[in-house]
Design a protein around this ligand. Sequence first.
Ligand SMILES: *Cc1c(COP(=O)(O)O)cnc(C)c1O
Length: 472
Amino acid sequence: MSSQVVASQPAWAIEGFLETRDGRLHIDGADAVRLADEYGTPLFVFSAPRIRSNIRRLQQAAAAVERPIKFCYASKANSNMAVLRTVRDAGIDIEVNSGGELFKALRAGFRPAQIIFNGTSKTDAEIDEAVSAGIYSINVDSIYEIDLVEASARRLNKRANVTLRLVPEIGTRSHLGLQTALLTSKFGITSSEVAGAFRRALEHPELLHVSGIHIHVGSQTPDVEPFADAFKAMWEHLVRLHRETGHTLEHINLGGGIPVNYLRDRAQADQLPEHERAMLGASLEPVDVLTAALRVAREQARDAEAEHLFDRVTILLEPGRSVISDAGLVLTTIRNIKRRPETGDVWLLTDAGYNLMLSMNNYKWYYHLISASRAAAPATVGYKVAGPLCDSGDVYFDIEREGRLPDYRLLPIDARPGEVLALLNSGAYSLAQMFPYNGRPLPAAVLTGEGGQVELIRRRDTYEDLLMNDVW
Ligand SMILES: *Cc1c(COP(=O)(O)O)cnc(C)c1O
């Protein structure tokens, strides 16, 4: 491709992955409109090369800080089996949040030593599954849960690896619902409880192997400071534990939250509230996060004469969004159009509702919308855009009039039914959260590969699937 063509690509383009060719959106060289024809819409499209390059960026960050980092993909972001296989083949590990995700991780071929289990409300059955599989770590969320894991280890006559999850009161500039290190968050053990919790967990070393300490400051964290503060807090606990008990933790888990830039195309960025703009347009790189955290830890280690501990500790990260978000998009077709004489608005009604992108509704998350059919045409006209659900809240703007999303979406002039649109950066927390509201069969998903080959990775539901578990 000549550099001239590259230079004329839209702002949302990603070279070699998301491009316009012959006026249409292409994904890894596959024509998005042909995909829509072949598989129907709505359709999830994921890019295996983009997943791999996102993972490579993480691995390069580890290389840059000259420190082996154990990356555990947060599978709640997207646990489609082909996505898990792609992540596993790219050479990283996995984090699960339920027995179901543990089952999927094992079935996708992750070895137990690659698996971490988080969660606030684990059942005895789930804990037994994790203990008998012998996973890398069960991250306990409370002192009470230490009892549960210990009882499971006793029941199964098998030692369990446990990590304590802390909630050290660290805020971020993300949505409150996505902040997880505040005392108002439901997660973790507080700073005042930590010493007691460790003492409790160390009581029966034949049952519990206390291997680490964990924090997750939240999702889409746009600044390095929360990561650095979190690391500092955990490091201090690690050193104190060593001093007081002689026990050495093997790992510090810094959680997920590396942000994704949802505003590569800033055409509508100025219509978002300032704090949303800063958060959604975050350009923080994994290497920045690791560098900041390690700098703090190195300084502290020197001051505390604890370099020997620092050299031994393994650092874990649990990236979800930053692996899969910009590797996925939703193709949707305009099914209906209406012009409201009173307001002059043109409404476009698509076939992709909030049942596929829950965040657009509950967090008013901004997914940049483009025309796949006319990807090179200038997006100059504002339309009211809405999904197909029988719910007034199923719209691509902020129905509450709090201005958290643009009131109009910019698309080329004369948009009309049959045109295929694409919601970009929608690979995380979308397919994983979808539900068949309104009797809408769940969509298919495809995975694109280098050179434009396409693989079906999820069959579209049939009407029969809608009946699957009903008993009557
Ligand atoms: C959700 C979650 C993650 C992943 O967060 P991202 O923002 O998607 O990177 C990691 N760790 C834990 C414990 C989580 O709950």
